[in-house]
Design a protein around this ligand. Structure first.
Ligand SMILES: Nc1ncnc2c1ncn2[C@@H]1O[C@H](COP(=O)(O)OP(=O)(O)OP(=O)(O)O)[C@@H](O)[C@H]1O
Length: 869
């Protein structure tokens, strides 16, 4: 205790002493005085304690709070000093403080302060403690929001269009750009203007609308595409699907790395018979709209004869037309000052050079070639044509009219002189698209019209360099045609066209171009098939289905520019497997991806009808791509959400003999866990895991399911491939979407066993077997009972009892064969094998360029001609 306080105590003691004279005896007084004079501390302390006791007693008795007491002025208190009657009860009421002397007041003040300090301390402790209180957390978050908003964050007054989104991201989950985890509160502003364009593709309309690759849609197209037919529901679904927050693995081709614009060596080597389709057609296809099976053979023969005639018939060339002496390096792909300007002024969405993500090539060189003066020297008329009529220069919304095309054509004629190549861009083509068998919706038409120039409604594909490459060519030339591609190799020949591997000149980007001769199609009445394929391709946006980058008509040749799959098809891949059949995990992978593709198609109202390994191509990343839609049936579909009660209704269909302990088949191999069904029960861990899986599957089954199966689809056409034909097609009873589940069963069977189940010595026998013969499984190779059960469920002859006929893919996905499969992430899983580029005969662009040899494709009446330059 310090001297000051000691002094105070003494003063107070003295006062206290005086005041207490009346209440105590004189002997006490004398004793106290004596003690005080002697400075006896003990007695003084006793005294003080005494007083404190009195205060406590008083406070507790009268119910006065410390703060109330502290609120009284000590001076006031001292003025009202009265002798403290210890223990004397006082009535409550005003004037209670009157009995409090100075010391008491000071004590009260001290206590009050101490309690305040303690309270403050408690508060500060609680905010700093690891167990942060809710209030503290909110306060901290609020502060950080305020800081961000007023600091680097966007202004709140940016306009009404500015929307501030605050994401309460779990602190542990927030990733920074480098992939590191950052605990933070993210605040993001989404504008309908440029800000959203900078942001990564998101589930917002603004982001989609402002996709950097977008180009304005010509007025004409918009008006023509406003016809919305019966496929409205379908289109909405397509849009939904398109906006799923998915990041598809972008493809990249290794090999081709030498850039472009090479002057072609003049030669006249004919390639018609040299370039052979790498894939032998194993299964003849049926497409005649007849219910008689006798036409089957005929159709097949007709297809073969066409292919044969193509290969054998000597080429009758129009010398003028095939002498393609395009100076590709500078003149043939004529560029214009206006185009150049448009690329370098604000009108172009991309000022920076277009980089092909796949091959990492840049279009800078092409842009450099396209300097204004150079361009002018090449072709003044082209300059005029493009700049005046295309409207790309400076105009945000070019109006493409037929004049455009004719001007461009004139220019082409001037540049190419001897070439009669007439190119109609997809813009002119789009108006015809509505004349087809099926009405296309607004979004489909719009998509088609921008498909050649940007990624359109595919924000998740904005990083695909191929869109940029095509967009670049369109910006430069205002039109896209066959002349902008180097045809490198013939990939295959189908009923309605021939597919080429092609390189977009100046980009090192590879595409597969399906070239169809319109005259031929018209004569053979195959135009509707081509139209169907085109329309379906335009709708698609799925990782296991082809992307249509552009479409155009060039010299009466209809061309579809699609994604190129370098891995060949599953038929070829199966032949390479040991025993010519896939191991079960590989088969499971491929059929699962095909199932997702079919599910998507059905949701769009497309019954595929031609499933077979030949139509499943392998992408460079090893994942699949389902192609060939000319035999597909389009119909309406009404998506429904089925609740759990109804989904549980079919355990009978999903019999899954291995799901429980009842499986007695000796060689049964579980597909997912690779544990035989009769695996020892004394393995508690395995049993537990299995039970967990079953429980999980049951839980998933109990969730509501989106079912978009076109159950009302009906067709009487006799279409498909013999070995894959569903019984109802053969019987001519009319068929619907269930035919795809039949073919899916045959497909799985073929992958696992290396052959189809009903194949006969000839087509008639095959068809008879399909209808009459019961399903049998060979003894080898060993296939799990889950797989066999699935096949059994799919190859039910009556379509109404077939697995998938009611709820489509959702039903099939739940089969135990797919237990443990992560459907959502299957496209991210490592595929069974990656394409071997050397083995597949893939030649890099560089090697072609070294030789300076390209194909030229030309239609002369019935046949396409190819010439190697
Ligand atoms: N995107 C592609 N990438 C690589 N190769 C392809 C691609 N598209 C088609 N092909 C190859 O070209 C061949 C011909 O394809 P196309 O679809 O024209 O004929 P098809 O499959 O025989 O069917 P159809 O007779 O109905 O036209 C295919 O078998 C395939 O090998």
């Amino acid at each position: 205790m310090g001297s000051f306080s000691g002094t105070c105590e003494i003063v107070e003691a003295r006062e206290e002493l005086n005041l207490s004279q009346h209440s105590r005896g004189t002997s006490d007084k004398e004793e106290k005085l004596r003690k005080l004079k002697l400075g006896y501390k003990d007695s003084l302390e006793d005294d003080i304690n005494h007083l404190f006791d009195a205060i406590t007693l008083k406070a507790s008795t009268k119910g006065l709070s410390l703060s109330q007491q502290a609120g009284s002025s000590p001076l006031k208190k001292s003025a009202l000093k009265r002798p403290i009657t210890v223990g004397a009860p006082r009535p409550p009421g005003i004037g209670n403080s009157e009995s409090v002397n100075m010391k008491q007041a000071l004590r009260e003040l001290c206590l009050s302060k101490a309690s305040e300090m303690a309270a403050m301390k408690r508060l500060s402790k609680s905010t700093c403690s690891p167990a942060v209180s809710e209030a503290g957390r909110i306060k901290t978050l609020y502060n950080s929001v305020v800081v961000e908003a007023t600091g680097s964050g966007p202004s709140f007054d940016e306009g009404k269009e500015s929307v501030v989104e605050i994401f309460f991201v779990p602190e542990e989950m927030k990733l920074n750009s480098s992939g590191k985890i950052l605990p933070q509160l993210q605040m993001q502003s989404v504008n309908s203007s440029s800000q959203s364009a900078r942001s990564s593709p998101r589930l917002t309309v603004t982001a989609t609308q402002n996709n950097p690759g977008d180009v304005p849609i010509p007025d004409k197209i918009i008006s023509s595409s406003s016809k919305v037919g019966v496929h409205t529901t379908t289109v909405e679904l397509a849009q939904q699907e398109k906006h799923t927050p998915e990041t598809y693995p972008s493809s990249s081709i290794t090999g081709g790395n030498t850039p472009v614009l090479v002057e072609k060596v003049q030669a006249s080597t004919k390639l018609t018979n040299r370039v052979l389709a790498p894939k032998p057609t194993r299964k003849g296809r049926l497409q005649a709209p007849t219910s008689s099976s006798s036409s089957v053979v005929g159709n097949r023969v007709s297809k073969l004869s066409r292919n044969t005639s193509r290969a054998a018939k000597p080429v009758v060339r129009n010398k003028n037309s095939v002498k393609k002496k395009l100076k590709q390096n500078s003149g043939s792909v004529a560029c214009t000052s206006s185009a150049y300007n448009s690329l370098n002024n604000g009108s172009s969405p991309s000022k920076s050079p277009v980089v092909c993500e796949r091959c990492q090539c840049t279009l800078e060189s092409a842009s450099k070639d396209c300097k204004p003066d150079t361009a002018i020297s090449h072709s003044t008329s082209l300059n005029d044509g493009v700049s005046s009529s295309n409207g790309y220069t400076g105009a945000s919304k070019p109006v493409v009219t037929s004049n455009n095309c004719s001007r461009s054509r004139a220019v082409v004629v001037k540049v190419k002189k001897n070439t009669k190549l007439e190119e109609k861009g997809e813009f002119s083509q789009s108006s015809k698209s509505s004349q087809g068998e099926y009405s296309s919706s607004t979004s489909i038409s719009d998509e088609s019209n921008v498909s050649g120039s940007s990624c359109g409604n595919r924000p998740h594909m904005s990083k695909d360099g191929r869109w940029g490459a095509i967009h670049h060519v369109l910006m430069r030339h205002g039109i896209l045609g066959l002349r902008h591609f180097n045809l490198l190799k013939k990939l295959g020949c189908g009923d309605i066209g021939t597919v080429y591997l092609a390189e977009l000149i100046g980009t090192n980007c590879l595409f597969a171009i399906k070239v169809m001769d319109n005259e031929f199609l018209a004569r053979r009445k195959k135009m509707p098939r081509a139209q169907t394929e085109r329309e379906i391709l335009r709708m698609l946006d799925h990782p296991f289905l082809p992307t249509l980058y552009a479409q155009f008509t060039s010299d009466n040749l209809s061309c579809l520019v699609m994604e190129y799959c370098p891995g060949g098809d599953l038929h070829v891949l199966r032949q390479k497997q040991l025993g010519r059949s896939f191991p079960e995990p590989s088969a499971r992978f491929y059929v699962a991806e095909v199932l997702l593709a079919l599910e998507y198609l059905h949701m769009l109202g497309v019954v595929y009808r031609d499933l077979k390994p030949e139509n499943i191509l392998v992408r460079e990343d090893g994942h699949i791509m389902l192609t060939d839609f000319d035999l597909s049936l389009r119909c309406t579909v009404s998506p429904t959400l089925l609740m759990s009660s109804s989904t549980n209704a079919d355990p009978a269909r999903i019999s899954g003999p291995c799901i429980g302990s009842s499986c007695v088949e000796p060689f049964c191999i579980g597909p997912s866990c690779q544990v035989p069904c009769f695996s020892p029960r004394f393995l508690p861990a395995a049993a537990k895991a299995r039970k967990l899986k079953v429980d999980l599957a049951a839980q998933i089954r109990s969730l509501p399911q989106l079912v978009a199966e076109p159950t009302d689809a009906r067709s009487n056409s006799f279409v498909g491939t013999h070995e894959y034909l569903a019984p109802e097609i053969i019987k001519g009873e009319g068929h619907g979407a269930a035919v795809d589940w039949w073919t899916f069963g045959i497909f799985l069977y073929e992958l696992l066993y290396g052959k189809t189940p009903f194949k006969g010595c000839n087509n008639e026998e095959t068809l008879a077997n399909v209808v009459l013969q019961s399903l049998k499984f060979p003894d080898s190779p060993l296939v799990s009972c889950q797989a066999r059960d699935l096949i059994r469920g799919l190859l039910v002859k009556e379509p109404e009892n077939r697995l998938g006929s009611v709820k489509g893919a959702a039903e099939i996905k739940q089969h135990p064969f797919f237990d443990g499969l992560n459907w959502a992430l299957i496209r991210c899983t490592i595929p069974p094998e990656l394409p071997d580029f050397c083995e597949l005969g893939f030649q890099s662009t560089a090697s072609h360029e070294a030789k300076g040899k390209y194909l030229e494709c030309k239609a002369t009446g019935e046949h396409l001609e190819f010439e190697l330059f």
